[in-house]
Design a protein around this ligand. Structure first.
Ligand code: DC
Length: 226
């Protein structure tokens, strides 16, 4: 059967990774959460006191960062490995969330991540979510989905997700972080977050996970079976 690349972009916490993961599972494709890569790089910089405003420090640090993904088939979860350490939980920490958008504006960081993402897509059969997947990483992806949801819905979802994981933050902190990241991600110089011209919009404010999956699957199957 024909294998395609599916690019899913959108604002922070609007359910992109959930959709990408479910879609990949249904299609038997590989799921890649590109945001986890930027988060792991940010964690490395924070831990090793790399001043990311100094290009020479960034250039020296990047070759020491090895990123990999591992899929837990029992829990249906993708884990990001930073130099072989599973940092999936640490990478979602508030301190990382507060700094990841700034780190993601750096050209060298983007080139480093985008190169690896493009290698992962060489065999197709991949669903990748992020901010610039349909515009920069895979501009020729067969299916591009731009996910959106109301800010209040996104704040509530992120707050619940953090609370379930025992991570402490107030509603205000969560909202401020989402708004700040949306602003930086949309206004940065290199590959800012924007909807690709040929992307389909999926507003899931009033949709359940099952409904959004059904719609995306319908779009994907139409292309795969054409
Ligand atoms: O998807 P996420 O919230 O885990 O992503 C974290 C940050 O990483 C996001 O605020 C911006 C950055 N990012 C990016 O610049 N490009 C991507 N393709 C994915 C994420």
């Amino acid at each position: 059967m024909k294998k395609i690349i599916i690019a899913i972009d959108g604002y922070s916490s609007c359910g992109k990774s959930t959709l990408a993961n479910q879609l990949a599972k249904k299609l038997n494709y590989i799921f890649i959460d590109s945001g986890a890569m930027y988060r792991a790089i940010t964690l490395y910089f924070l831990r090793n006191h790399i001043d990311w405003n100094k290009p020479n420090e960034v250039i020296k640090a990047l070759p020491n960062i090895h990123l990999d993904f591992e899929y837990d088939t029992e829990k249906n979860q993708s884990h990001i490995l930073l130099n072989e350490e599973d940092v999936s939980v640490l990478a979602r920490d508030m301190l990382v969330s507060e700094n990841v958008s700034a780190v993601s504006t750096i050209r060298e960081v983007r080139e480093f991540a985008v190169f690896q993402q493009q290698q992962m897509g060489k065999k197709k059969g991949i669903v990748m979510d992020g901010r610039d997947i349909g515009t920069t990483v895979f501009p020729n992806a067969a299916l591009k989905i731009f996910v959106t949801a109301d800010i209040a819905v996104r704040v509530e979802r992120r707050f619940k997700e953090m609370a379930e994981k025992g991570m402490i933050a107030s509603i205000e902190e969560v909202q401020n972080n989402l708004e700040m990241r949306d602003y930086i991600d949309s206004n940065r110089e290199f590959s800012p977050l924007r909807k690709a011209e040929d992307a389909r919009t999926l507003d899931n404010s009033l949709m359940t996970r099952e409904e959004q999956l059904e719609l995306a699957l319908e779009w994907a199957n139409k292309i795969i079976n054409k």
